[in-house]
Design a protein around this ligand. Sequence first.
Ligand code: PLP
Length: 476
Amino acid sequence: MKRYELIARDIAAMIRNGGMSTGERIPSMRQLRRDRGISPGTVRRAYELLQDRGYIEALPRSGFYVTSFWQTAPPGPGISQPVARSTSPDVAELIFLVLEAMRERQLVPFGSAFPSPTLFPLAQLGRQLAETARELDPWSTVEDLPPGSIALRRQIALRYQRFGVDVVPEEIIVTTGGLEAINLSLRSVTRPGDVVAIESPAFYGYLQAIETYGLRAVEVPTHPGDGVDLDCLAGILRRHPVRACCLMTTFQNPVGALMPDEKKNRLVKLLGTHEIPLIEDDVYSELFFGTERPRPAKAFDHKGMVLHCNSFSKCLAPGYRVGWVAAGRFARTVERRKAVSTIATAVPVQEAISAYLRRSAYERHLRSLRRALQEQQRCMLKSIQAHFPGGCRVTRPAGGYVLWVELPPSIDGSQLHRTAIERGISLAPGTIFSPRREFGHCIRLNYGYPWDAKLEGAMRTLGTLICESNAGSRQR
Ligand SMILES: Cc1ncc(COP(=O)(O)O)c(C=O)c1O
């Protein structure tokens, strides 16, 4: 951890343990600087982080105060406890049914997998696309075969270098979205019947891929705070013939976990000693609420064993379907898989995104998107606090746009999903994130849409449905 993160962690722990109470003024920046002998920049960043996490707020010309918000917010869920056997998932059909039910535009989109399209610079991108298509070198449409547009791969490599990760354009393969990057990676490092380690709960896209390719899943206990339990993972690697590990180290979907750097490093080392490739899905990494973009596990990989998958779907261009994988030593295998599966990703969209990335507008857009998502998270948490019954536990991720809610154990999330759809509200039931349809009393809620009276009303309805179902189960 960096110095400012350590200081923020200490202060947050003090607030949580009751060492400082709501409304209390915390030491001024100057005082903390003097007490701890640290630089002004370190104190400022520590306080910014505490503000981002909702522990403190700044009152103009007065100082920083402990908020009431975090104390009354429901507590976060604990670590998951999956069974220790590997499974052949049988959930693809269920997932299709649930996703199908969420597609209607008139539904309140708490079940959606994307942020609101209105938060993206689609008009600018559209103009860029038109201009790029007009000027496109006709030969590029037949020459830009896998690994993909060199201009785009250079832009992507530059971004890696900006946040301290040594990736070169030669190891990047452009794909049709992040999901194709994950699928190609899985198929490049496994054969049917192999065992893949995943988080518990895990993004349903991995479950569909594992089922489709005839693989088996072994689940690793996952904490909503800092991700998979590495001691448990080490035990699993000793007991199971794991051939690949597929997980998210930053803003995990659905629980929002963020692994600290030190843990990412240990993860890479642990898998490295067993020669197991890590398929790292990092599609939410640009959506951080802190001051710095979290580094991926790929930053700690010196053996080329991490296949780092990402896309522009969640942060810039939903619908353009442009993603990539920085595949390390597996780059050539993935490239061939890509050529066999779809020949290439559409050239005009690759060139348009590459042109857009060369402009400073991208950073401006990201800053405003992060601010919007953070504010929307605050609204949704507040709404959960106001409308959901006691006994609910909810995550509070430091980025991304989904919350994981553990409802009272008697509540059936799938039934709630069906009733909510009838009332015009979608949500993602917990069972679609588990190969064994566990997490039946959990739901994932999307806060990627600008908050308004309609969303607040839908949260109230959802809270009422949960309360009714809770009361019903008590009577039974
Ligand atoms: C965790 C995670 N990984 C990958 C994807 C797929 O990304 P893309 O839309 O770029 O294919 C999604 C989309 O929902 C996701 O939530």
